[in-house]
Design a protein around this ligand. Structure first.
Ligand code: SF4
Length: 374
């Protein structure tokens, strides 16, 4: 049980009492967490919630990142990944080329293929069904976690079918889970500026609601640190918390700090400085306390950097994502923390931060619990 007497900011006293009693915070209480300078208390509250849920365990996954194309017509200004047809560096693979690409990088013990890609204007929906089926047939035992809600929305347009039909067919073809991308920030004001041509907030939430109704587990992200206000960040989490109350289908929440290189948003804003390590930690901790119905808060090491990911384990994080073989999206946007790590390296990083490394699969089944001491 936490000690309320150690709280320095009087505004946090009733909040701490609620968190230690296992009670849910209101929107205003969430905002008080964003506004406080009592970082020790915030960290302790997040650590308390994490510990209640997971004890010493920290999770990661052996995962291959794959994008069948980087061709995209949407034009999000924060994106450094998308290309146009014929542009240098563009790729657009057939099902056979995709399988060959994965085969080259496949390692025994791989549990997850994580697919996110561009909104390709010409590929028919049948291509995606074939791709999932081919990956499942060629790599038995590997789970396919594929396509953000924004991409599922795109598929529903090209297939002229509703979300339920699209997702049911993908599940029948072998889809195991969905990543959480495309959420950005739900507030309309922000979306109009950074994701104008992408699925809107209601569409994103409806895709996930439908996935959960079909038994397809998903994750949720938030892209922060650009033009959004703190209220808009919390509103984003609040909408996720409400949907999770309704469905229970989210596995993890992943706050992603905006990466400024290689895209027009940073230039247009005329800023060179974006989130600091402390902002990132605060945001993770607030997510942990506010999203009381989410099993995991993920501190994605590829954007946080390894040292900060280790520190984040004291700020509410219970998952540092994965080996990330062939990661290209955040690297395209200037993340400098490297492209891939072995399972042993990840386990060592977790251990050195004082936690017990647990390898999981795409849907959080435990694959292996590593030794606590190297
Ligand atoms: S973020 Fe996704 S939808 Fe937006 S431009 Fe990049 S690839 Fe396309």
């Amino acid at each position: 049980m936490g000690d309320v007497s150690k709280v320095l900011d009087p505004a946090l006293e009733p909040i701490a009492a609620k968190v230690y009693a296992g009670e849910r915070l209101s929107f205003d209480e969430g905002l008080a967490l964003y506004r406080t300078r009592d970082l020790n208390t915030l960290m302790r509250l997040a650590d308390h919630v994490r510990r209640q849920k997971h004890g010493d365990r920290t999770y990661f996954v052996h995962s291959l990142r794959f994008s069948q194309t980087n061709i995209c017509y949407v034009g999000c200004p924060f994106c450094a990944f998308a290309k146009r047809f014929g542009e240098e560096g563009a790729w657009d693979w057939s099902v056979e080329e995709s399988v060959a690409w994965v085969r080259e990088r496949y390692e025994p013990g791989l549990t997850e293929i994580h697919i996110a890609s561009g909104h390709h204007p010409k590929k028919p929906f049948g291509y995606y069904l074939e791709l999932v089926a081919a990956l499942k047939a060629n790599f038995p035992g590997v789970q396919v976690k594929a396509w953000t809600a924004a991409e599922i929305h795109h598929f529903s347009k090209i297939a002229k079918a509703d979300y339920r039909t699209v997702l049911s067919e993908l599940v029948a073809a072998g889809l195991d889970a969905m990543p959480g991308g495309g959420a950005e920030i739900f507030a309309e004001r922000v979306r109009r500026q950074i994701a104008r041509n992408k699925v809107n907030a209601e569409g994103w939430l409806e895709v996930h609601r439908t996935a959960h109704a079909l038994g397809l587990p998903t994750n949720a992200t938030m892209l922060y640190g650009h033009i959004e206000t703190l209220e808009e960040r919390l509103d984003h989490m609040d909408r996720l918390r409400r949907l999770q109350d309704e469905t229970g289908g989210f596995m993890s929440f992943i706050p992603l700090a905006f990466q400024p290189l290689g895209n027009s948003l940073a230039q247009n804003l005329g800023k060179t400085e974006f989130t600091t390590g402390l902002d990132d930690l605060k945001n993770l901790a607030i997510a942990r306390v506010y999203l009381d119905n989410f099993p995991h808060i993920k501190g994605y090491w590829a954007t946080l950097t390894v040292p900060l990911a280790q520190v984040s384990l004291d700020w509410g994080v219970s998952d540092i994502d994965g080996t990330l073989i062939a990661e290209s999206i955040v690297n395209a946007a200037g993340a400098t923390s490297g492209r891939a790590m072995t399972k042993e390296e990840l386990a060592r990083i977790v251990r050195r931060a004082g936690r017990l490394p647990v390898e999981r699969d795409a849907v959080y089944n435990v694959v292996r619990v590593y030794d606590a001491v190297a």
